[in-house]
Design a protein around this ligand. Structure first.
Ligand SMILES: Cc1cc2nc3c(=O)[nH]c(=O)nc-3n(C[C@H](O)[C@H](O)[C@H](O)COP(=O)(O)OP(=O)(O)OC[C@H]3O[C@@H](n4cnc5c(N)ncnc54)[C@H](O)[C@@H]3O)c2cc1C
Length: 607
């Protein structure tokens, strides 16, 4: 079973991505060139990733006292990925890119996430380099970003510290100008950094010639103290090995030391590190302190970093989605082959009859259809968001601005909805396997462990909820929320004309009104403590409403197609979502609307 027909249907029949070649930037492209990229990525994922997914789980990265050792399969897979040109797929031709639309790039990367999410497809490297293309100097782009796009260097994002995770305003890493000539360094104003960064993915390995860390740190103010809050945070390029202005290694090791590897529940193919910056383990030019080059202006570090984080959040959503998809496919295959039990006839069960396969039981079908509605719905959502990124970058000015604002509102959903519901899909995949699902003889327990990360990193579920209700639905006087409501209403107007979908359209209209009313009620006192006490139930209800809209829109495209099993399946998944899932929003919205403080007001000692 392949996910490709679903990807093709969503990209071409639903989103009409092939029509992007009418835009100047994509004029050389066609469905044939898009298909060629998808074919190549599907093949590399099948040959170099999927066979090694269990291996990278059992052979965790380890430190031999000098180097971090990863399985040879990881080296081979990442080389194949870099050789395919995918690291720079979206970049201009002049710098070796393919000028590929982001929607096609995201779809192509989905194959790697499904085959082996933790071997990774260079999401951090591309995100790091894209940030430098947006905020770096010409020299920084040439020396660092271009060498990331060509696979020589890899990238990290170093935000978190042991004492500062969700609350980045508390980062304690310090950066001070490195001597009298520090401003004149051609690679950017040069600083010395000291501090500890926790949880850094791909922070140490031998997969590439160099590792380019993007590090958040505070420059002390005139009083010698760090500026409090996020305004004091700046962004620095800190290479593991120092380079010259041609991007060649100078032979000097920067003062960045591995303090330890974290041993994770899942996602074990990627190293996760505690890094010490500037502790003097590798003194540079006689002094302790890691050399870092300022990116952008002092104090604008978090703003620049958000460039990377928004992309990363869509990437996280896609990873969660494809793990959900992998579990769905595995459990569907299992359910079609596992004989167990007999059907219940009017006279009860007949033990003389042969056993049926478990896919014939209604409850197993329920679990499979739930997974299908979560994973394929999430894939549609992620590709829709990716298409918005293309609109933002290449659309006419008004459409581009609408896309930007819609992305602001949808990004918390794109990150968190698949993280929660495709994890639930993985749990159902284990359930379909029964006891076997709880063993390492089948892949589904690993999918669940790998997926469990996604509600935690790139902003936890709680932080995403507060971002949505506390910022995104309010920003620009609620214009983003209104734009989303307009899009949802447009789908409702089309679906209401189709007898098979009209009832869903009406239910969605009511859900949209309820979300709007709950948003107002949450903020009725104007007190963030009241409004945000139930930010996660709000996120859940908002996400389910968005997914119902996505499914209705997808169902409209499916409905227009000739009869087939795929068409029947898509319409059934949409129906499932409307009958079994959307009604859940009632309970979630009620506590939001009532500004229910049951949790928020409970004294600590009563727990
Ligand atoms: C495998 C892995 C890979 C990672 N990779 C990277 C990486 O490459 N680079 C990087 O910089 N970081 C990375 N992280 C760090 C990750 O982003 C943080 O773990 C995350 O931001 C949460 O921070 P924390 O772990 O300190 O938890 P905390 O911030 O302590 O949160 C603990 C709990 O408290 C809740 N909470 C915290 N503050 C609030 C609040 N104000 N209101 C309501 N609830 C709140 C959270 O939602 C959470 O449930 C990674 C983490 C892991 C586990």
């Amino acid at each position: 079973m392949s996910v490709r027909p679903t990807v093709d249907f969503l990209l071409y029949d639903w989103l009409s991505v092939d029509s992007l070649n009418q835009r100047e930037r994509f004029a050389d492209h066609s469905r044939e060139t898009f298909d060629a990229v998808l074919d190549t990525c599907e093949r590399i994922a099948r040959e170099k990733y999927a066979p090694f997914n269990r291996l990278v789980d059992t052979q965790e990265p380890h430190f031999d006292g000098e180097k971090v050792i990863l399985p040879q399969a990881t080296h081979d897979a990442q080389k194949a990925y870099a050789d395919s040109g995918m690291l720079s797929a979206a970049q201009d031709y002049e710098i070796g890119g393919m000028q590929l639309p982001y929607s096609v790039e995201a779809a192509a990367n989905a194959f790697f996430a499904m085959a082996s999410v933790s071997i990774g497809s260079g999401m951090l490297t591309t995100g790091n380099a894209n940030l430098l293309m947006a905020h770096g100097t010409d020299m920084q782009k040439r020396v660092f970003a271009l060498n990331e796009f060509n696979g020589r260097f890899s990238g990290t994002m170093c935000l978190s510290e042991p004492q500062a995770g969700s609350s980045l305003s508390d980062v304690a890493t310090r950066a001070v100008p490195d001597g009298a000539d520090s401003e004149a360094d051609p690679l950017g104003p040069r600083y010395r950094l000291k501090g500890n960064k926790m949880w850094i993915s791909a922070g140490e390995h031998e997969l590439t010639e160099n590792i380019i860390h993007l590090v958040l740190a505070k420059i002390p103010g005139p009083d010698g103290k760090p500026v409090p809050g996020v305004k004091g945070i700046s962004l620095f390029i800190v290479p593991k090995k120092l380079v010259d202005t041609d991007g060649q290694l100078t032979g000097e090791r920067n003062d960045v030391a591995l303090a330890g590897l974290n041993h994770k529940c899942g996602w074990r193919g990627t190293t996760n590190t505690l890094l010490n910056f500037g502790e003097g383990k590798y003194p540079v030019r006689g002094d302790a302190g890691a050399i870092g080059y300022l990116v952008g202006r002092p104090g604008e570090g978090l703003k620049c970093m958000f460039h990377m984080m928004n992309e990363a959040r869509i990437g996280v959503g896609m990873a969660a989605t494809m793990l959900g998809m992998a579990g769905y496919h595995a459990s569907l295959d299992y359910a079609k082959n596992r004989p167990q039990g007999r059907p219940m006839g009017p006279a009860g069960k007949d033990p003389a009859q042969p056993q049926v396969r478990i896919i014939e039981h209604a409850d197993v079908k329920r679990m499979l259809l739930a997974q299908k509605s979560y994973a394929e719905g999430a894939l549609a959502l992620e590709l829709y968001c990716a298409r918005l990124v293309d609109e933002q970058h290449t659309g006419a000015p008004e459409a581009a601005d609408d896309a930007r604002l819609l992305l602001e509102v949808l990004t918390p959903i794109a990150k968190s909805w698949p993280s929660e519901w495709c994890l639930e899909a993985n749990s159902l995949a284990i359930q379909v396997h029964g006891g076997y699902g709880y063993t390492r003889d089948f892949p589904v327990e690993q999918y669940w462990r790998d997926n469990r990360l996604n509600m935690i990193h790139e902003g936890t579920h709680g932080i995403q909820g507060m971002d949505l209700l506390g910022r995104k639905v309010l920003m620009e006087n609620g214009k983003g929320l209104q734009l989303l409501a307009d899009r949802i209403n447009a789908t409702i107007q089309r679906a209401i004309q189709v007898p098979e979908l009209a009832a869903h359209a009406n239910v969605l209209g009511k859900a949209l009104q309820d979300v709007g009313a709950a948003t107002k009620a949450a903020w009725a006192t104007g007190n963030p403590t009241d409004a945000l006490a139930n930010a996660v139930p709000y996120l859940q209800a908002f996400g389910h409403t968005v997914l119902a809209w996505i499914w209705l829109d997808v169902a409209l495209a499916a409905q227009a197609q000739p009869d087939s099993h795929a068409r029947t399946g898509r319409l059934a998944a949409a129906r499932f979502f409307f009958h079994y899932e959307l009604p859940k929003i009632g309970a979630w919205l009620q506590v939001v609307r009532d500004r229910d403080l049951t949790c928020a007001s409970l004294p600590e000692d009563a727990f």
